[in-house]
Ligand binder design. Sequence first.
Ligand code: FES
Length: 112
Amino acid sequence: MSGYRAIARVEQVRRNGSLAVEIDGLALLVCNADDVIHVIVNRCSHQDQPLAGGRIRNGFIFCPFHGMRYRLATGEGVGQLTRLPIRVLASRVVDGEVQACLPADGALQPLT
Ligand code: FES
């Protein structure tokens, strides 16, 4: 079943930082890019490694493994390693609560 669900509090995610959360077995990453919140699937589209811990600058997250850069608003990758985007979920902040629009069961599998 899809729909918006609360996944974090906005104050848990520092400016230009991220917070890994797991909801119903789905690994997500809440990112704060200059105080704009984005929610992505916590997997790089290059070799399926976690993006948690990746540097966030100017609206991009850098994969900590091989350095691919992804635009958090769209998932578009910048770099030579892959043309696949990362997964970005629709999200919003309501009364300090980060809400993400979770897909129907299995809708995010697989990346390729
Ligand atoms: S696993 Fe992310 S760039 Fe290679």
